[in-house]
Ligand binder design. Structure first.
Ligand SMILES: [Zn+2]
Length: 180
């Protein structure tokens, strides 16, 4: 086989040689990460996540869309159903929303660019505009509010918002909301 996957398959072979399977269980870090698809912000690397640590939901911008809200609700259901988890103050979960600087979705704030993108992808212009992360501090705050306002957010789940700086590699917490 040739192609772009070849070197990655070799890396996987190295990985598999030293591999120990992780049994299905609750995420060890008790965190669900929501972040951008950008290949410079992989949370496994920036947050040092290991297998079994945390589910990661990614889309353009790391925006809290309806489908992200539904995924969070489903993961919480799965935890309750499979592991009979009762979330309490001492054993809570946190959804960490991470937006980042230099996000490619920022171009979508420009109407001309947005129109062009809409033509090329068939995605509605308003939908594209809703994903734009121009100022990650502002958008992450708005998305924390959106998730907290959702009736689907499971009880005893905290929501926090962070900004990852591409220049420094540092994550800054912008909002940290304990569950009610
Ligand atoms: Zn991005």
């Amino acid at each position: 086989m040739t192609g772009s996957m070849t070197p990655l398959l070799e890396r996987n072979e190295q990985f598999a040689r030293a591999y120990t399977p992780v049994p299905l269980g609750l995420p060890a870090a008790r965190v669900i990460v929501v972040t951008c698809v950008d290949h410079r912000v992989d949370p496994a690397i920036t947050l040092g996540l290991k297998l079994g640590d945390a589910p990661v939901l990614r889309n353009a911008g790391g925006r809290v869309s309806q489908s992200v809200i539904e995924e969070v609700a489903y993961l919480a259901f799965l935890g309750r159903r499979l592991f009979s988890v009762q979330l309490t103050e001492d054993r809570s979960f946190e959804v960490a929303i991470i937006h980042h600087t230099q996000c490619g979705t920022g171009f979508l704030a420009d109407p001309g660019f947005r129109h062009e993108a809409s033509e090329a992808t068939g995605v509605d212009e308003a939908a594209l505009e809703a994903t734009a992360v121009g100022d990650p501090h502002a958008t992450v705050g708005a998305d924390v509010e959106r998730l907290l306002a959702s009736p689907l957010l499971p009880p005893a789940v905290g929501v926090s918002g962070h900004v990852y700086d591409i220049e420094t590699g540092r994550l800054t917490t912008v909002v940290n909301t304990r569950y009610a």
